[in-house]
Design a protein around this ligand. Structure first.
Ligand code: COA
Length: 177
């Protein structure tokens, strides 16, 4: 796995649960301040049931080879997470969804790029197409997707609703096989 003197990129481990929770809390704090950031859960709290279920589902998918999750580790802690998870839909089991998150203070150093680059190597065997959705205002996310050859295939005006605010959503697509 890729590493620099300060950062390391490695597969998610079972004992990363505490850091996984911290990542979710960090995302929620950001969303409270700026609901335009990601399309993740807005205003719903990530309670223990949500976190335990979310982590164990992801871990089970990794073990079943229907998901790949890499973490960005800095100073012994997970500060970023990138997952590629095969779709559960019967008609789309050859497709997977890509998500990524880097804790705010570690952004802008090329780490998101490294995390996605490593994640796109050796994707789950059945995966032929990867998709990713993002708010149109999320310039960093869009730059990242374009850098790895994702093409915009949908623009959905007002598809995301945060309180009374409607946000445009873009869907990106990459054929990997
Ligand atoms: C998207 C994200 C992972 C990028 O992480 P990062 O470590 O800052 O990424 P990098 O430093 O590798 O930068 C990636 C690209 O985004 C660009 N970028 C970074 N911050 C930017 C900003 N605020 N505005 C515009 N472009 C930006 C960089 O210039 C780079 O593009 P380039 O190589 O063409 O110059 C990070 O911003 C994040 O976690 N955001 C919140 C979660 C999120 O949006 N997830 C995806 C949608 S669900």
């Amino acid at each position: 796995m890729a590493s620099t003197s300060k950062f390391k990129i490695r597969p998610l481990r079972w004992n990363d649960f505490d850091d996984y929770c911290k990542i979710w809390r960090s995302l929620q704090e950001e969303l409270d301040k700026d609901p335009r950031l990601t399309m993740g859960r807005y205003k719903e709290r990530a309670d223990w049931e949500f976190l335990i279920t979310g982590f164990s589902d992801l871990y089970r998918e990794i073990k079943a080879r229907s998901a790949k999750s890499l973490v960005l580790e800095a100073d012994g802690h997970v500060v970023g997470l990138c997952s590629i998870r095969l779709s559960g839909s019967t008609h789309a089991q050859h497709t997977a969804d890509l998500t990524y998150y880097v804790i705010k203070q570690y952004r802008g150093k090329g780490m998101g790029t490294e995390l996605v680059k490593e994640s796109l190597k050796d994707v789950p065997k059945k995966c032929e197409i990867i998709t990713a959705g993002t708010h149109s205002n999320n310039k960093a996310s869009i730059a990242l997707l374009k850098k790895f050859g994702f093409k915009r295939v949908a623009f959905m005006p007002g598809f995301s609703k945060r309180g009374k605010t409607y946000l445009n959503v873009e869907e990106y697509y990459k054929k990997v096989k």
